[in-house]
Design a binder for this molecule. Structure first.
Ligand code: ADP
Length: 174
């Protein structure tokens, strides 16, 4: 019911309040929540893409629009630096990061986003609906909770994520 168990899944705002260092730490999120970074929202559909995560029930915790420095883009994708498309990929990461928080957000976001190659992405996914080539596949999604935290720490400074609790949360989480 909406009693004790409902309460236990609500944000523990005391553990987040004023603790930027904690927000950027790699530790487990309170109550099993995860966070991801989703950057590269450079398409004429930014509102539509953000809306898909919102209507799913994830909480928007951070969003910045700025010209991404090359060294930040290179660090973000450092695991791919030997790949032939790396220089083009770095140039493509030009817009800024978005942070989403919620239970299971890593795996769920990858389903919302769709396959890396947009030609293989199901219709209804972001890449399935908005893209046709891998080198312009519209959005990024962190591939693990640890990578989500690593990326958030790269893109956001202390105090830049918003500590808030969606009022609909009791209707989204049991
Ligand atoms: P994903 O973003 O689906 O997690 P990867 O982490 O493997 O995929 O790759 C990161 C990004 O590099 C992709 O989103 C895509 O923009 C780009 N990329 C991956 N493979 C290719 C490719 N074969 N050609 C061009 N760009 C690619």
């Amino acid at each position: 019911g909406a009693g004790a168990s409902g309460q236990s899944l609500r944000w523990d705002s005391s553990s987040l309040a004023g603790s930027g260092a904690r927000l950027l730490s790699y530790g487990r999120r309170p109550n099993g929540q995860q966070r991801i970074s989703s950057s590269r929202l450079t398409v004429n559909a930014v509102g539509d893409i953000i809306s898909r995560f919102e209507r799913k029930g994830f909480a928007l915790k951070g969003l910045k629009l700025f010209q991404t420095p090359q060294d930040l883009a290179e660090e973000h994708y450092s695991e791919l630096k030997e790949r032939p498309f790396f220089p083009a990929l770095v140039k493509y990461i030009v817009s800024g990061p978005v942070v989403w928080e919620g239970p299971g957000v890593v795996a769920s976001a990858r389903k919302l986003i769709g396959a890396t190659n947009p030609l293989n992405a199901e219709p209804g996914t972001i890449r399935g609906d908005f893209a046709i080539v891998s080198g312009r596949n519209v959005v990024h999604g962190s591939d693990s909770p640890a990578n989500g935290e690593r990326e958030i720490a790269l893109w956001f400074k202390e105090g830049e994520l918003v500590d808030w609790e969606p009022t609909v949360l009791p209707w989204v989480l049991e």
